[in-house]
Ligand binder design. Structure first.
Ligand SMILES: O=C(O)C1=C[C@@H](OP(=O)(O)O)[C@@H](O)[C@H](O)C1
Ligand SMILES: C=C(OP(=O)(O)O)C(=O)O
Length: 412
């Protein structure tokens, strides 16, 4: 399905958008729920990636396909490595087979796991034979993906002696590691993270222990509304829910970053009120190594406002749903933008011209579709294969229409 977005203006009646739970928090908590009894959850994400995670954890099949879900692939590799007596083939989409997993597999093997590559060395699919992991110390590279680290941390309290991780190189996406540790703490697991060492103490929850956790709504999904506010006229307001002032999600840095685009974000209880209050700064320069998932949103907002934009710390973007650096350059240039990319940065020139009626390819990447959609506040455009949004935010197009976007779909 392609969606034609006519140039739109946000509706004056500020309607409140209820955004689904964080997929990162949900996928961690679903795994902890499978490992420990007595955990109940509220506001779990309805994203494809979380539904796939739930199904995989409940499945009794020998082959489990997690499609495009990176966290599910990495977290379930660790999970199945500890499921004694079970042998599972863990596989995914064509793209998943190109997303590296060797660092995690090697770390699990150092702990005593039995995992084999079915096709290419270092990549899914994997054949995992569940075993008791006997060791508790492991060293791994931390500059490729934090998901390998979170995967190990999630199973750590179940290991006989817990886990001591030594991280090598510059640690990437640190807030996601802290999120994992905080969620472990919430269910009573003791952890420490000092410099490059993380320690998780072993823990068996007592039979009667009950933990009820409410998943905060997804901040990466919130970014598209920050972008809408940023691209609107001064005075425009949008309300999104349900958010917390002290979030576990690193993408909550949006509140600070979007001030540069003239957007103010105020809490009223768990509702976040976004308002365009000021003109933007003349140029944007951010390091996003702690918040890689909002890079696409930010560069599109900057382009829509005609701003020069330099983004750094983007080394993980090449191994996500698509090579996001190449995808951004290709699609932005269709509108007439001038973009340079390196292996870890992106540079957009200031320009006040935006070509109309461009068709955006989404490359099986939900964030390509959602990041470009707010540009309809400036021009007409088409989003190809628009259903990709369901990877993290299935009701995105409905919600988008509700705040005033004029959309037309065609099913080709
Ligand atoms: O742990 C997580 O939930 C995630 C970690 C990040 O990945 P990297 O650590 O690979 O950057 C992020 O991009 C991804 O969307 C979700
Ligand atoms: C990179 C992402 O997800 P994953 O790595 O879990 O596929 C994302 O949601 O932007």
């Amino acid at each position: 399905m392609d969606i034609l977005l006519h140039q739109s203006k946000l509706s004056d009646k500020s309607s409140k958008i209820q955004i689904t739970g964080s997929k990162s928090e949900s996928n961690r908590l679903l795994l902890l729920q499978a490992l420990y009894q007595g955990i109940s959850l509220e506001n779990v994400s309805n994203s494809d990636d979380s539904v796939l995670m739930q199904k995989a954890l409940a499945s009794k099949e020998n082959v489990i396909d997690i499609h495009h879900a990176g966290t599910a692939m990495r977290f379930l590799t660790a999970y199945f490595a500890t499921q004694i007596g079970r042998t599972v083939e863990l596989t995914g989409s064509k793209r998943m087979k190109e997303r590296p997993i060797g660092i995690l597999v090697e770390a699990l093997k150092q702990l005593g796991a039995e995992i084999n590559y079915i096709e290419n060395e270092g990549f899914p699919p994997l054949l995992i034979k569940g075993k008791t992991l006997t060791k508790h110390k492991v060293t791994l590279k931390a500059n490729v993906s934090s998901q390998y680290i979170s995967a190990l941390l999630l199973i750590a309290p179940k290991l006989e002696n817990g886990l001591e991780l030594t991280l090598e190189g510059e640690i990437t996406s640190v807030p996601y590691i802290n999120m994992t540790l905080s969620l472990l703490n919430e269910i009573g697991v003791e952890t420490s993270f000092n410099k490059n060492t993380i320690i998780v103490k072993p823990k068996e929850l007592n039979k009667n222990s009950q933990n009820h956790l409410t998943v905060e709504s997804d901040w990466s999904s919130a970014s598209y509304y920050f972008s809408c506010a940023g691209l609107s006229e001064i005075g425009t307001q949008i309300e999104i829910a349900s958010y917390k002032n002290k979030s576990l999600q690193g993408d909550s840095v949006l509140v600070e970053l979007y001030q540069n685009f003239g957007v103010s974000a105020q809490f009223s209880g768990h509702t976040l009120q976004l308002k365009k209050t000021n003109h933007p700064e003349s140029s944007i320069n951010f390091n996003l190594k702690n918040a890689p998932d909002i890079a696409q949103t930010i560069v599109v907002t900057a382009f829509g406002l005609g701003l020069k934009c330099d983004l750094y710390g983007l080394h993980t973007l090449k191994i996500k749903e698509t090579d996001r650096l190449v995808a951004l350059k290709t699609e932005l240039e269709k509108f007439g933008a001038k973009v340079e990319i390196t292996k870890d940065s992106l540079h957009l020139e200031a320009s006040n011209h935006i070509k109309s009626n461009v068709s955006i390819e989404t490359y099986n990447d939900h964030r390509m579709a959602m990041a470009f959609a707010p540009l309809a506040l400036k021009t007409n455009l088409v989003i190809k294969d628009a259903e990709v949004v369901s990877k993290s935010y299935p009701t995105f197009w409905r919600d988008f229409k509700n705040i005033g976007f004029l959309t037309e779909s065609n099913n080709n």
